[in-house]
Design a protein around this ligand. Structure first.
Ligand code: Q0Z
Length: 285
């Protein structure tokens, strides 16, 4: 008999050890907005994120080996190889949003990448840039320049991380773009296996690890609507909530509209009906 041992919690995910070599990543239906987890869940959100992540792991294996062993029948859990994780958040930005926009506005640069003058919020960058961050135990990750990042993982490993991260982003951004979704930026976590090989881990190209924007509404010069969370944000902004814990309950129409947006993202990107995934999660592989 084996028992999964709980080894970690994220805001909306749980991590279990299956044995010395395998982990189970479980995505809940919890949703966070303005960094606060809400008391209301979005049904099947965890399955959408798990299915998308598995889909992308299946399609990027030739670009970089990954930790995925299998998708469980519940559709929300991934069995993974246990790795030695690297202490770096590997972020790639194709557009100027979030902390990238903040840093650019303050300094004209992001993580040491000098950018052209006069860019507006949400502008497409001339080229995608690798903008690593440190992993904060709590609060927000801190953007760091390449010298500090190379000091954390070694210069050779840093160069490898930058190259593979940019390659993965370019691949997924082109793919999503053909399906009407702008992949504005994305965050990877990588580890190293027993052989010393760099392995892609955690979740990839999900709306929780990336900014998804609807391409048909793209209008630089301000913040862009989120493909998945915009109904929730709009509802929360309509209240007099101060964006600190506890967050508000969501009404049924906001829950249903948001669930539909997650399912739509899944279907647009995978071209697989979400109902088929629920019946047989291995269809994404
Ligand atoms: C991922 C995280 C989550 C809390 C550790 N393949 C791996 N090997 C070793 N460690 C990890 C992985 Cl994916 C690992 N995290 C992030 C995920 C809940 C923290 F679901 N932490």
């Amino acid at each position: 008999m084996s028992e999964a041992v709980h080894v970690g919690s994220g805001k909306v995910r749980e991590l279990y050890a299956l044995d010395d070599h395998r982990l189970l990543l479980v995505a809940s239906d919890r949703i966070s907005v303005f960094d606060v987890v809400l008391p209301t869940e979005i049904p099947d959100k965890g399955r959408v994120l798990t299915g998308l992540s598995a889909f992308w792991f299946g399609r990027t294996r030739e670009l970089c080996p990954n930790h995925l062993l299998r998708v469980r029948a519940d559709g929300r859990s991934l069995e993974c190889r246990r790795l030695e994780m690297l202490p770096l958040e590997c972020v790639v930005r194709g557009y100027l949003a979030g902390s990238g926009w903040k840093d650019y506005r303050a300094t004209g640069a992001v993580c040491g990448h000098a950018l052209p003058q006069g860019l507006e919020e949400s502008a497409r960058l001339p080229e995608p840039i690798f903008t690593p961050a440190t992993k904060a135990q709590e609060g927000h990750d801190e953007n760091i320049d390449r010298e500090r990042a190379a000091a954390l993982v070694g210069a050779e490993r840093f160069a490898e991380l930058e190259q593979v991260s940019l390659e993965l982003y370019r691949f997924a951004a082109a793919y999503a773009g053909e399906r009407g979704i702008i992949l504005a930026d994305t965050k990877f976590e990588l580890g190293v296996d027993e052989a010393g090989t760099l392995v892609l881990a955690d979740e990839i190209f999900t709306p929780d690890s990336s900014r998804f924007w609807p391409a048909d509404e793209y209008a630089p010069g301000g913040p862009q609507p989120s493909f998945d969370k915009q109904f929730v944000r709009d509802y929360c902004e309509s209240l007099d909530w101060d964006k600190t814990y506890p967050g508000p309950e969501l009404p049924a129409d906001v829950v249903e509209g948001t669930r539909a947006r997650y399912a739509e993202a899944f279907e647009r990107l995978t071209e697989i009906p979400f109902e088929r995934y629920l019946a047989d999660p291995e269809v994404v592989l």
